[in-house]
Design a protein around this ligand. Structure first.
Ligand SMILES: [Fe+2]
Ligand SMILES: [Fe+2]
Length: 287
């Protein structure tokens, strides 16, 4: 899978890099200078190359094209559990002895949420949050599936990891897109903002008819680190976004820090999750 287009050895290399950038028990960053907290410069070379490809190519034009391509949902019909198994067929160069399968990450996330006594929609959100990574199985390049997300169509915030790479993005020097608000109005609400394309935005759209707004926000914004962890883009937020931010922050540690060495017992957990899936989703969804 590793090549010039797909530099990550495994799709999870980006998730692992998040743990380097946001170690457990790290202090909140708000109000502190970025230099105090970050040494982004030390990402592994292949991960750095991934960020470069992502920042160079996530433009308004690409975004519109990807929406057109994928939000008609003409690729497949699958239930949620089937989609989990499908995602698990993703083969990459990760080390099978040390890395979790995609299903294991989903179940560890949802089980950690369940163990803390959260509502059923929240547990289910944990279970499905990364299913959009099936985009890889539709032959999408890594830079179009994973990575931190950020708005396109307005200035790229300086808090975005490896911000310098945006100089290679044509929107960076396009006066229509490079002012603070770009194509947006002040406090227009994030629902009116195009976020860079990836598994989050895709899965949010798949789930839109079925999950409550809090769960949808957790899915849509879970990789939007410049917003939920760096405090950027407040000037695009409306009151609703301020409410949703609290839920996204509540979700984030379950995604980042629920990974454990003890793999979940998939077979034993399946009946519980099949009931939960059935409560919210139809037997078949369009992907
Ligand atoms: Fe994710
Ligand atoms: Fe995740």
């Amino acid at each position: 899978m590793t090549d010039g287009i797909n530099p990550l050895h495994s799709l999870d290399d980006w998730d692992d890099d998040l743990l380097r950038r946001y170690p457990r028990d790290s202090e909140p960053r708000h109000g502190k200078s970025t230099e105090e907290f970050r040494s982004y410069d030390d990402a592994a070379d292949h991960v750095k190359e991934f960020y470069r490809l992502n920042h160079r190519q996530q433009t308004v034009e690409v975004n519109l094209q990807k929406r057109e391509q994928f939000l008609k949902f003409e690729k497949r019909q699958m239930g949620i559990w089937e989609a989990m198994e499908y995602l698990n067929t993703l083969v990459d160069d990760s080390d099978p002895d040390t890395s979790l399968s995609q299903i294991e990450h989903l179940l560890q996330t949802s089980e950690a949420i369940r163990a803390d006594g959260h509502p059923r929609w929240f547990i289910l959100t944990g279970l499905v949050h990364d299913l959009g990574k099936i985009l890889c199985l539709f032959d999408e390049p890594q830079w179009c599936v994973t990575g931190d997300t950020f708005p396109v169509g307005c200035q790229f915030d300086s808090s975005i990891v490896y911000h310098d790479f945006f100089q290679e993005n044509p929107d960076y020097s396009n006066p229509e897109y490079n002012s603070q608000y770009g194509i947006y109005e002040p406090n227009c609400g994030l629902r009116n903002v195009m976020l860079s394309w990836g598994h989050d935005e895709y899965m949010y759209n798949v789930c839109k008819p079925f999950l409550p707004p809090q769960g949808l926000a957790m899915i849509r914004y879970h990789s939007f680190y410049p917003w939920h962890s760096e405090g950027a883009y407040e000037y695009l937020m409306d009151d609703f976004d301020h409410q949703m931010l609290e839920y996204v922050k509540l979700f984030n540690p379950y995604d980042l820090y629920s990974k454990s060495d003890a793999p979940p017992d998939i077979k034993a957990l399946k009946p519980y999750y099949e009931d939960l899936i059935h409560e919210f989703f139809p037997p078949q969804l369009s992907w």
